[in-house]
Structures are given as structure tokens and as C-alpha cells.
Design a protein around this ligand. Structure first.
Ligand code: GDD
Ligand code: MG
Length: 374
């Protein structure tokens, strides 16, 4: 079975961290988001995955090459590297990028398509089997949420037929609480319905029409599901994976924890991490490889990317800190902050809730109103 992972979005809501890496490569419980997905696809009988890329394509190619988890990896670029005209600079959207991958997918058998920014333990093979039995052109995996307004929302009949699909409806106009989980099963016939060579949103242009014409099935599934759009979703996804996949906590190779260090589970600590005495880490902290944490520090509900240094008596809550950053001593970082790669936060600085710091920025004074420091 082949799968396509849509991985070409810009991740604008996660800037400034997406200024230096694509969202799909953000670590979640210390493993890139896309690795969680690829690992599960490989377990579900997928033999070839096509990454539909656009933004930072070369970073993906460098990271995965041509093989991952025993699967063949191919790349379909929205924008061909030898583009000659400005018109080619447009990204293709969710539908256009599937159409672009047509040759790599082929017409032999039904295939899977996934939004790259979701985390789930759905059984892909089972979902595909239901689709194949139905004989429909397309099927969507559905998940129930409290507030469907941020998603594609469906009206489903008892026979698993989607009769209405609305992308991001106003709350009072949502036909149900069942949302598009960003997981699709398609027959190759789908290619006949997607126009070539231009931007196409599958959610706006194709699914609503398919629903009206009775070509769309929907299947709910048991298990966890979340997507990653904004920073709070990212922290939530990290908590979810720590709860569901890491559970008892994990300590990487050569991690050195000094005396009286308190680790509150669930928590993950990467390889070669040093934590000095009397620091309290967790619950819900993911500490990347080669991070150094000073004494008496406190880190909870946060993600610390690799190679960062956090000095003595610093407190970090509900925050994401990029790679190779330097956080001084007695610093307080309140929830909802994002610190870009290679940033430097000087001693005794307080960053209030919702401050973001651009890559390589040096912050010498406290910031007590939410803003982006460039
Ligand atoms: N190659 C490529 N080109 N990929 C793209 C493009 C593009 O132009 N635009 C978006 N993508 C990828 C993104 O990287 C992401 O993995 C996926 O397509 C979905 O795009 P998002 O921008 O994340 O959409 P969304 O989160 O607002 O909504 C989508 O996901 C929801 C579930 O998380 C929709 O599919 C909703 O209907 C759905 O409920
Ligand atoms: Mg999304």
C-alpha cells in the first residue's frame, strides 16, 4: 500500500520556530512528528510513502533520504526545482499537491493520504479495508470534538455516507461534532476530479461536491487523535504522547542526573542530558538530547529542543524553547512563550505569558507584555 503525507504547509501559527524548521520535524516526546507517523504507516503495511513537500523541501530530503522504517520514501514537490516562471511560485494546496503526486502514486490500487500535522493511533490498515469494501471513490476518517469550528465538519448517515462537508463552519452552522481527521482513503479515480497545475483545496473544492454526489464515506475510529496548529496544540500533543506512548518516563543514554533531582512523570529526557542538583523536571517535560540544566531549575509542561542550556534557578512553564538556546540564571518564563533557535535570554529576565523570541535574538531585559521580540 502507498501513502501520501501532506507536508508542505508553512506552519505560520508556530512561528518563529517554523522559521528554521518545518513543523513536521518538530520533536514530540523527543521524536519528530513525522517519524511518529512514518513508524505507524510502516507497521500498517505501507511500503512506499510520498512526502508532498513545498516549504523547506531540502530539510526533509536531508532528514529521511530515500528510506525510512523499511519503507521507500519519495518526494513530490509543489514547485519543481527548475521552475522558470513566477507563476510556479504558488503552492498547490491540499488537493493540488495530491494531483501533483499522481505519477508517483500510480493507478494500481487505493492509497492513503494524511495531513502531516496530526498525531493518532488509528489503525490505517483497518480504515483502508473498510474503504476497499465500500467501493466508494473516497473515505475520510472522522473524529468527534467539542468545538468543530476549526475543522472540516461532516453530516454522516447511519450507512457511513457523508452527505455534507463544510470546512471551518461558524460554530452554530456546524452540521455535527464529527470532524475530518485529515486521514483519507482514495481510489485512483480521485485524480479525474482534481484539476491539474493550480492550487486546489480538497476541503473546499472537492469534498463538499463529493458529499452532495454521494461519493464520500466516513468512518469513525477508536483511539487518540490531535492536530498541531498552534503552540498550545503542540504542547497538548506532547502531553498526549507522554501519557499514551511514554507513560512511565524515559531517560536517554548517558543522561547525568545529580543528587536530589526530582523527575515527575510523565517526562522524557534525551541522550547526554545533564541536570544539576535540586532541579525539578516535569510533569510533562520533554528535554531534548544534549541539553544542560543547572541547579534548582524548574521545568514543567514544556518542550526543550536539543543543545539548549538552562542555567541555575530558572523556571520554565508551558513553553517551547528552540535548539541551542542559552537561558540565563534566575530567569522566569511564563506559559505560552516560544523561544526561537539560538536565542539568548540573559540572567534575571522575566518573560510574561505569550512572549515569542525570534531566532538568535538576545533578550537583556524583562518583557511584561505579550509581544514578539525580533
Ligand atoms: N504539499 C502541500 N502543499 N501541503 C500542504 C499545502 C500545500 O499547498 N497546504 C497545506 N498542506 C499540508 C499541511 O502541511 C498540513 O499537513 C495539511 O496539508 C493540512 O493543512 P493545514 O494548513 O494544517 O490545514 P488545517 O489544519 O487548517 O485544516 C485541515 O486539517 C484539519 C484536521 O487537522 C483540514 O483538512 C480540515 O478539514 C481538518 O479537519
Ligand atoms: Mg493543520
Amino acid at each position: 500500500m502507498k501513502a501520501v503525507v501532506l507536508a508542505g504547509g508553512y506552519g505560520t501559527r508556530l512561528r518563529p520556530l517554523t522559521c528554521t524548521r518545518p513543523k513536521m520535524l518538530f520533536p514530540i516526546a523527543n521524536m519528530p512528528l513525522l517519524d511518529w507517523t512514518l513508524k505507524k504507516l510502516a507497521k500498517n503495511k505501507v511500503t512506499k510513502t510520498i512526502l508532498a513537500v513545498n516549504y523547506m523541501t531540502d530539510v526533509f530530503i536531508k532528514h529521511y533520504g530515500e528510506k525510512a522504517y523499511g519503507m521507500q520514501i519519495a518526494y513530490s514537490r509543489d514547485l519543481d526545482p527548475d521552475h522558470k516562471t513566477l507563476a510556479g511560485f504558488q503552492k498547490l494546496g491540499t488537493g493540488g499537491s495530491i494531483k501533483k503526486a499522481e505519477k508517483l502514486i500510480g493507478h494500481e490500487e487505493p492509497f492513503l493520504v494524511l495531513n502531516g500535522d496530526i498525531l493518532t493511533n488509528i489503525n490505517y490498515a483497518e480504515f483502508m479495508k473498510k474503504h476497499e469494501t465500500s467501493g466508494a471513490t473516497a473515505a475520510i476518517a472522522l473524529h468527534e470534538v467539542e468545538d468543530p469550528s476549526r475543522y472540516g465538519v461532516v453530516e454522516l448517515t447511519n450507512e457511513d455516507r457523508i452527505v455534507q462537508f463544510v470546512e471551518k463552519p461558524a460554530l452554530d452552522e456546524a452540521p455535527s461534532n464529527l470532524i475530518n481527521a485529515g486521514i483519507y482513503a482514495f481510489n485512483p479515480k480521485i485524480f479525474d476530479y482534481i484539476p491539474e497545475g493550480r492550487q486546489v483545496s480538497i476541503e473546499h473544492e472537492i469534498f463538499p461536491k463529493f458529499a452532495e454526489e454521494g461519493k464520500l464515506r466516513g468512518y469513525t475510529f477508536q483511539g487518540y487523535w490531535t492536530d498541531i496548529g498552534k503552540p498550545s496544540d503542540y504542547l497538548k500533543a506532547n502531553r498526549l504522547l507522554l501519557d499514551m506512548e511514554i507513560k512511565k518516563g524515559k531517560l536517554g543514554k548517558n543522561a547525568a542526573l545529580e543528587s536530589e533531582t526530582e523527575i515527575q512523570k510523565p517526562c522524557i529526557i534525551g541522550e547526554n542530558v545533564t541536570i544539576k542538583s535540586k532541579s525539578k523536571i516535569g510533569p510533562y517535560a520533554a528535554i531534548g538530547d544534549n541539553v544542560i540544566i543547572g541547579k534548582g531549575a524548574l521545568i514543567e509542561n514544556s518542550i526543550i529542543f536539543p543543545h539548549t542550556v538552562i542555567s541555575d534557578f530558572t523556571s520554565i512553564k508551558g513553553t517551547i524553547i528552540g535548539e541551542a538556546s542559552m537561558i540565563g540564571s534566575s530567569v522566569t518564563i511564563e506559559s505560552g512563550c516560544i523561544i526561537g533557535d539560538h536565542a539568548m535570554i540573559r540572567d534575571n529576565v522575566t518573560l510574561t505569558q505569550g512572549v515569542s523570541v525570534c531566532p538568535s535574538k538576545e533578550v537583556k531585559e524583562s518583557v511584561l507584555t505579550p509581544k514578539c521580540l525580533m
